[in-house]
Write a protein that binds this ligand. Sequence first.
Ligand code: NAD
Length: 337
Amino acid sequence: MPLNIAVLGTGRIGGSYLDVVRKSGHNVAVVAEPREEQVAPLKMKNPGVDFVADYKEAIKRKDVQAAILTLPHWLHHRAAIDALNAGKHVYLEKPMALNTKECDEMIAAARKNDRLLFVAHTQRYMPAVKKMKEIVDSKELGEVVMVHDVWHKVLEPDKRPKWMLDQTRGGGMGQMDGSHMIDRLLWILGSDITTVSARVGNFTHPHIPADDTAMCFLRWKHGPVATLSRIAFDIGKGYTEYGAEYYFTKGQAKFRLAYGQGANQKTGVWIARNEEWTEVPIKATDSLHDEVTDFAKAIESGSKTPPIRMEHGRQVIEVLEASEESSRTGREVVLGR
Ligand SMILES: NC(=O)c1ccc[n+]([C@@H]2O[C@H](COP(=O)([O-])OP(=O)(O)OC[C@H]3O[C@@H](n4cnc5c(N)ncnc54)[C@H](O)[C@@H]3O)[C@@H](O)[C@H]2O)c1
C-alpha cells in the first residue's frame, strides 16, 4: 500500500523529495513551506498536491502516515516531536538536533508514540562510501590503523540561508558537513569511539558567527584513530575535495565524492597496489531514493527500529559537542562520561 507522506520544508533540498517519494511508489499528500517564491514552481509541477504554509498544519492531516522533515536545524527538535506526537513516522534530514539533550527528548517522543524516527544520514547510501565499508568489513587489507577524512569546500555565504550562518540556530559547517563525516566514520569504523580532540573555529570567514573549519583527532576503543579535516574557503581560494584515505595493516584504500564545486572530479574508490592506485568498480545508485525506500519499507514491515538507529544520530551530535568542548578547553574529551 503506498504511504501518504508530508514534505515539511522545501528549501535547497526539500523540493527534491517530491519526485523521490513518487519514484519510490508513494504519494506526496501535502507540502509545508512558508516562502511563496519557493513553492510557486512546485505548485505548477505538482497539481495534485496540497500546499500549506506551516509544518503544524501538514501534520494535522489524518490521511498522512509519515513526514519528511527538511527544515532548518533549529527546528528539527520541535518539529520532529510535534510530528511524532501527531502519530506520524518521521524521516529527518541530518543532523538530528542542535545538542544531545534535544536528541534524548526526540528519542523519548518516538518511543512514547511507538513511531519510527529515522535520521537520514545520506553518506551510507552513496556507493563509494558503501564500498569502503565493504573493504573494511572484508578485512582483505587487514585491520584499519588510521583514517584521514576530508571535506574541503567553498562556503559561498551569499547563497546560504541566514540560519546556516548563525551557530546558535544550527549553522556552521560542523552541523552541515561535520555531521556527514562523523556519520560515515562511525558507520565504517564502529560506535566504540572513546575520545575527541579538536580545534574548531571561523578562520576563513571571521565576520560570520558560525564555524567554517575544524581539525579533529578521534580514537576508537578497538584500535583505529582518525583525523577529520574540514574547511570552507572563499570561491577561487582553494581546492574542493570530499573523501577519505584508509590505512590498514596490509594496505591502503581511498574514496572520493564529486559534487559542488568539485563536481568535475571523479567519484570512486581506489586500492593502492605496487605504488599505484587501482580503481575498484562501483555501481551508480540514487541515494535519496534508496533512503526513502528503506524508511518506507521499515514502516510497511511494522519494524520497531528505523534503518539507522536513533542512538547513532545522537552519537553524531555527541561527537560534535565534544569537538566544540575540546576546542574551547584545549583538552581531549572522553566520550560517554
Ligand atoms: N543530505 C544532504 O546531502 C543534505 C544537503 C542539504 C541539506 N541537507 C539538510 O536538509 C535540511 C534543510 O537544509 P536546506 O539546505 O534545504 O535548508 P533551507 O533553509 O534551504 O530549507 C529549509 C526550508 O524550511 C522552510 N521552513 C522554515 N520554517 C518552516 C515551517 N515552520 N514550516 C515549514 N517549512 C518551514 C524554509 O522556508 C526553507 O525553505 C537540513 O537539515 C540540512 O542539513 C542535507
